[in-house]
Design a protein. Structure first.
Length: 272
């Protein structure tokens, strides 16, 4: 809501400057909003409420044509113009407008709004008026671009993987490491595992606990929910061997159950 209000203030200021610079009797415009589309929200010089809140559809009328093409459009006599549709003849006639120019507000190649200037006589719009209307649109474009950049800088970073996903990946890496024949590559992979083990940044609650690589492999598999049989299949071990490593790890960690061992290993910094 605040952004909408601030954008409206900038649009209002640009229209006021356009009218002062050109002497156009009527200037108006609107910005695109995700939920509302494009509506005429700001008017200066209007004598009726006919145009206020008017919804502009892409391709319809002069503004809709400007919106669809992304370039300035103009008509000398709105009511008799043949190269636009005439859905909005009623409001335009109610305000007594004849000669109208519409200029798009374009940010990052996307039309974000339309500015209009109008005469109540069927006269061609001069180059000075055209240039002033384009300059007014550029002012709004710059303000919107700056607001977009500030919003992007202040936006929270996109969510990364959850800690459980990190732990799952760690377990898979531990299972993979013993199967790698290249000793240098295997050591590099285990070094990555070591970095994950301390990634939480919390100090070890059980200093001095040292688990063997295989004990760590088994605990990582258990932490992922694997049974002894599943852990054995993953690690290329016999179930009895997995039980042995698990008992040894539990003894070192002072744990009485499998999950107590996992929790204690995390506290000791042996698992992420």
């Amino acid at each position: 809501m605040r952004e909408h209000v601030e954008s409206s203030v900038e649009l209002r200021g640009a229209l006021l400057r356009l009218r002062r610079a050109t002497g156009l009797p009527v200037v108006f415009g609107g910005l695109l909003h995700e939920t509302r589309g494009l509506r005429i929200g700001e008017l200066n010089g209007a004598v009726t409420p006919a145009l206020r809140g008017l919804a502009i559809s892409a391709g319809s009328g002069l503004g809709g044509k400007c919106l669809a093409l992304g370039r300035p459009c103009a008509v000398t006599d709105y009511r008799s113009a043949r190269h636009i549709t005439h859905e909005y003849d009623g409001p335009v006639s109610a305000e007594g407008l004849r000669s109208v120019i519409a200029v798009p507000v374009v940010v990052r190649r996307k039309v974000r709004g339309v500015l209009y200037g109008a005469l109540r006589d069927a006269l061609p719009v001069g180059e000075r008026v055209f240039d002033a209307a384009v300059a007014a649109a550029r002012d709004v474009e710059q303000a919107l671009a700056v607001r977009d950049e500030v919003r992007e800088l202040l936006a929270p970073p996109p969510p990364g993987p959850s800690w459980e996903e990190v732990r799952q990946a760690y377990g898979e890496l531990r299972e993979l490491a013993p199967k790698i024949a290249d000793p240098e590559l295997r050591e590099r992979l285990l070094a990555v595992c070591g970095r994950l083990e301390t990634a939480s940044g919390s100090p070890a609650a059980l200093p001095g606990v040292v688990l063997t690589p295989r004990e760590t492999d088994v605990l990582a598999a258990v932490a992922s929910g694997a049974t002894n049989a599943t852990a054995a299949a993953r690690l290329g071990l016999r179930p009895e061997t997995v039980k042995g490593y698990l008992r040894s790890a539990m003894r070192k960690l002072g744990a009485h159950t499998r999950m107590e061992a996992v929790v204690a290993a995390r506290r000791a910094g042996a698992l992420p």
